[in-house]
Design a protein around this ligand. Structure first.
Ligand SMILES: [Fe+2]
Length: 312
């Protein structure tokens, strides 16, 4: 009869209270044979856990090695699930806090304390995005799907920062980008709510009024003491289009600042995928497809391709 083979296992995965569908073995003192340390079906006690930590390797019979591998896989999946749940809980708190901060800022846009709170929010979002457990799945679950100016700003910041991290911008740059994205529509706080919230088609005059918001946002930024040019120009130029048909300056191509091009993509993507009173949200796939086909002269195609890869 062929001798039974034993294979070593990773004992660090074993914890108190666990039960197995395989037996665990340890070598005898003379190392000539294997003794059963734990039979399948009974759970690991506190004392046994302490012993396992202090002794040498544990083994399973080769014939049960597949069961052991399945056990490891189950543990890994359970851990990922737990990490995901805790990430979701954290991001829900983050989102709630960010909504409050943005609400205050849009109500009192020139109050320094509100701006400082905004910077705190950017730190938190960047921290979440650079976290190892961050995935695109969590990204989409954070972004709220009802459209309000302040939730829109948070979503735009989340998408812009994810894209920024995806194209390897440094953390310092991400903090600036997040600030610009969060504040990009701040100028709307100076425009009549009747125009901002109008559902029907805007008159020419109303449209001209709306078009003032990037420049108004830029001025508020300066009043708040923002000196960083990337942040200020990101706010001012987020409605420029690659073919020069945008506003306020009619800039073209890569002369449009990078932050503005990233914010513009994120802005359009969120508008398409958010639910509004007059339209259902588009799926991520449909929104990206529409942007790729119908907006190729308006958005930075290279960045859009990166965004598509990121969502994939
Ligand atoms: Fe805007």
């Amino acid at each position: 009869m062929a001798a039974i083979r034993y294979l070593p296992i990773d004992k660090t995965i074993i914890d108190e209270g666990m039960t197995f569908e395989f037996d665990l073995f340890i070598p005898s003192e003379c190392k000539k044979k294997m003794n059963c340390f734990k039979e399948n079906g009974s759970s690991i006690t506190t004392d046994e856990k302490a012993m396992i930590d202090s002794m040498g390797p544990l083994y399973v019979e080769e014939s049960e090695f597949e069961d052991y591998k399945q056990f490891c896989q189950n543990i890994k999946e359970a851990q990922e699930e737990l990490e995901y749940i805790s990430f979701e809980e954290k991001s829900e708190t983050l989102y709630k806090n960010a909504s409050e901060v943005l609400n205050n800022l849009f109500t009192n846009p020139e109050t320094l304390a509100n701006y400082d709170a905004c910077k705190e929010v950017v730190h938190e979002i960047v921290g979440a995005i650079l976290d190892d457990s961050f995935t695109i799945k969590s990204l989409l679950s954070i972004a709220a799907h009802d459209y309000y100016t302040h939730t829109h700003s948070i979503n735009v910041a989340i998408y812009a920062l994810s894209l920024g991290a995806f194209i390897d911008l440094q953390q310092e740059t991400l903090l600036e980008l997040g600030e610009a994205a969060l504040l990009h529509d701040l100028g709307k706080s100076k425009i009549s709510k009747a125009i901002i919230n109008k559902n029907g088609k805007l008159t020419n005059l109303e449209f001209q009024e709306i078009q003032r918001h990037p420049t108004l946002g830029y001025s508020i930024g300066i009043k708040l003491g923002i000196k960083n040019k990337n942040v200020l120009l990101g706010i001012k130029h987020h409605h420029e289009k690659m073919d020069g048909s945008g506003y306020p300056s009619g800039m073209k191509g890569e002369s449009i600042p990078l932050f503005a091009r990233i914010i513009s993509l994120s802005d359009i993507f969120d508008a398409l995928t958010s639910k509004r009173s007059y339209k259902d949200p588009m799926t991520t796939f449909d929104a990206l497809k529409l942007m790729k086909i119908n907006m190729k002269n308006h958005v930075d195609i290279k960045l859009l391709d990166k965004m598509i890869t990121m969502f994939r």
